[in-house]
Design a protein around this ligand. Structure first.
Ligand code: ADP
Ligand code: MG
Length: 263
């Protein structure tokens, strides 16, 4: 369903993802793990087709073979000040069925309210988004994912700032999506949770450290290697010269203050 061939994604020539190859099979449930700055959000944004907004530059190939995808950004990227109530926020996920100025049918409103009920937010339909706790906001976002009915669901740190009870109920939804045959890719941090609920794992440290069965990827050796690679990062040292269509002058200018090349 999603194929990465030597994918490199750079921001101003600094690769956030470096020569990654592999694939997410249709119907798979995969955790993406790695330290802060290891390229996890960049990967999800690449798949969601949102890199241009961030000014990212891509080389290699990324094939995303799906019509319907849903994307949950990191909580920190969601604008909670947006003056909208809970029901409209979930309805917003359906704009492709309603059209930007389309009429909202009773059927759609019923679907939205059923999703809010399923995430335990009945009675919250008219609440302003800005008045919700982090856990409640994340429930709203999951209700929105439910009504989107996507084949591919991308979740960036879906359980951050969310209490244990909410996490457990949202994890149940993820399991249900998996049973329904949807492809789910989730950025996560909790080893134990990943081992228990996510059959596949991609471990990143800008490069691919491991990708496959969770038990085979989350070995102590791989985790240590990912930590070592993260610690070795020097923000200014990572210029990918294959990727960048730099003028020779720029390459020299970068190389001059680099202790070593990224390759
Ligand atoms: P993660 O989600 O694993 O924490 P990210 O994919 O957000 O990592 O970021 C990977 C690297 O790319 C980091 O070094 C980050 O600072 C950098 N980066 C991310 N987004 C941008 C951007 N819009 N502009 C410049 N650099 C960015
Ligand atoms: Mg991130």
């Amino acid at each position: 369903m999603i194929k990465l061939q030597n994918l490199t994604v750079s921001y101003r020539h600094h690769p956030a993802l470096h020569h990654i190859s592999g694939q997410f099979v249709s119907g798979s449930l995969t955790a993406v793990m790695g330290a802060n700055g290891s390229g996890k959000s960049t990967l999800l944004k690449s798949i969601a087709g949102l890199l241009a907004i961030d000014g990212g530059h891509t080389s290699g190939a990324l094939t995303v073979n799906t019509q319907r995808m849903a994307y949950l950004p990191q909580l920190s990227e969601i604008d909670r000040g947006f003056p909208i109530d809970v029901r409209d926020c979930v309805l917003f996920g359906l704009w492709h069925s309603t059209g930007a100025f389309g009429r909202v049918s009773d059927t759609l409103v019923k679907r939205v309210d059923a999703a809010l009920h399923a995430v335990g937010l009945q009675g919250f339909e008219g609440r302003a988004l800005g008045t919700l706790s982090a856990g409640q906001l994340q429930r709203v976002m999951f209700a929105r994912l439910m009504v989107q009915d996507a084949e591919l669901i991308l979740l960036d740190e879906p359980f951050n700032a969310v209490d244990a009870k909410t996490t457990a109920s949202l994890l149940t939804l993820v399991q249900q999506w998996h049973l329904e045959g949807r492809t789910v890719i989730a950025v996560l941090h909790d080893d134990a949770q990943v081992r228990q609920y996510f059959p596949q794992t991609l471990l990143l440290a800008r490069e691919r450290v491991g990708w496959g069965l969770t038990a085979e990827v989350l070995t102590e050796a791989n985790l240590q290697r990912a930590r070592d690679m993260a610690e070795a990062w020097d923000e200014s040292a990572q210029v990918c010269e294959i990727d960048a269509d730099l003028s020779q002058q720029n390459v020299t200018a970068h190389a001059a203050h680099l202790p070593h090349s990224a390759h």
